[in-house]
Design a protein around this ligand. Structure first.
Ligand code: 5GP
Ligand code: ZN
Length: 113
């Protein structure tokens, strides 16, 4: 999408350090980190989120999860632990309507409930 920030980063129009890039996704550090490691795993494909994902989206998210696991190892949080988050829709506070997975770790994270 023309004006989507994550599409623009993926196309290289907004310079960003890419920690990983392959034909299906890329990984950057969150600009406002909530933990010492706070990465965003982002598909090149502009899906708005999880709703109506379909078979292709299911495969794609499987790949994103695998990349998240690899990145956790590279960031040295695999053993200490980390959290993966997908914000979906207004009640979640989703700010960027281009699907992505947050990977947070490197400290004891606040409990969810
Ligand atoms: P969500 O949509 O899941 O609420 O979160 C979007 C995340 O993207 C936020 O944590 C925000 O800090 C991050 N973000 C928004 N714009 C940029 C950007 O231009 N560069 C980077 N690296 N992160 C961004
Ligand atoms: Zn997009």
């Amino acid at each position: 999408m023309q004006d989507c920030i994550f599409c623009r980063i993926g196309r290289g129009e907004v310079p960003s350090l890419m920690l990983h890039r392959d034909e299906r996704c890329f990984v950057i550090r969150d600009i406002h980190p909530l933990a010492p490691t706070h990465l965003l795993i982002i598909p090149h494909l502009h899906l708005t989120g999880l709703n109506g994902l379909g078979a292709h989206g299911e495969q794609l998210f499987g790949h994103l999860m695998a990349v998240a696991g690899e990145m956790a190892g590279r960031e040295r949080v695999a053993a200490t632990g980390y959290r993966l988050v997908v914000n979906q829709g207004p009640d979640s506070g989703q700010a960027v309507t281009h699907a992505h997975i947050h990977l947070m770790g490197g400290k004891r994270l606040p409990e969810l409930g």
